[in-house]
Design a protein around this ligand. Structure first.
Ligand SMILES: CC(C)(COP(=O)(O)OP(=O)(O)OC[C@H]1O[C@@H](n2cnc3c(N)ncnc32)[C@H](O)[C@@H]1OP(=O)(O)O)[C@@H](O)C(=O)NCCC(=O)NCCS
Length: 197
């Protein structure tokens, strides 16, 4: 069985039977080592793509190792965002790092293919990834701290059902100047303090 098929089976999903999480326009599938090629590396070498994220300028081998390590340690899992029409891989959703004792996690989204920006695809991918994190991984809550000036990202997350939970003042340094982080969260049915267990 190839790597992708075994991962899909592990996640309880198959593309063939149409159960891969998807919308009319995109679907998510586990990222594979063969997805990590020159084109993929170029996304993370593009200063516009990496402006608000920490992953940048890695080699193919480093990136493949990173993918393997997440699975081995069960600390994070990477999914490819693909267009339904062509199957083209346009970006990633990362579920993680997962805090297993508390069943909470970050969820990071990157659309590397810049001609796909501004079409609402990130919001759809975040919604799919969030649902999968809750339903397939059993996570209760997802959270992230987004740089205040990353308007596109804040919009995409809140459109995908996330809520603004707070603000960390002067949390990040941008060109040496402190900037606030906006705390965004997604609550599964067992996410809140008053949830029934
Ligand atoms: C942030 C990112 C995921 C958004 O992807 P996307 O597919 O363009 O997002 P969506 O189309 O779902 O939503 C973005 C919305 O924000 C708007 N937007 C984008 N940049 C903006 C800006 N600088 N100022 C104001 N609004 C902005 C878009 O116009 C769109 O709104 P609209 O549909 O009302 O026009 C994508 O740009 C990306 O991958 N960036 C690089 C990595 C990154 O920063 N990831 C987020 C880490 S927290």
């Amino acid at each position: 069985m190839d790597q992708e098929a075994s991962l899909l089976r592990w996640a309880g999903l198959t593309i063939a039977d149409g159960r891969a999480p998807g919308t009319d326009r995109i679907f998510l599938r586990p990222l594979t080592e063969s997805d990590i090629d020159e084109r993929y590396i170029a996304w993370f070498a593009d200063s516009e793509v990496t402006q608000f994220i920490q992953s940048r300028n890695f080699s193919i081998e480093e990136s493949r190792r990173y993918l393997r390590e997440g699975r081995t340690n069960r600390s994070y899992f990477l999914y490819a965002i693909c267009l339904k029409e062509t199957g083209a891989h346009i970006g990633n959703v990362k579920i993680g790092p997962i805090n297993w004792p508390h069943l909470v996690s970050d969820l990071v989204t990157v659309i590397g293919q810049k001609d796909c920006w501004g079409k609402g695809l990130a919001a759809e991918a975040i919604a799919l990834g969030s649902r999968m994190a809750v339903e397939e991984y059993g996570l209760r809550k997802l959270h992230g701290a987004i740089l205040e000036s990353n308007f596109g990202s804040i919009k995409a997350y809140t459109r995908a059902g996330w809520v603004v939970e707070g603000r960390l003042e002067g949390h990040y340094l941008v060109d040496g100047a402190p900037m606030d982080a906006i705390l965004v969260s997604y609550f599964g049915p067992r996410g809140r303090a008053d949830a029934l267990t």
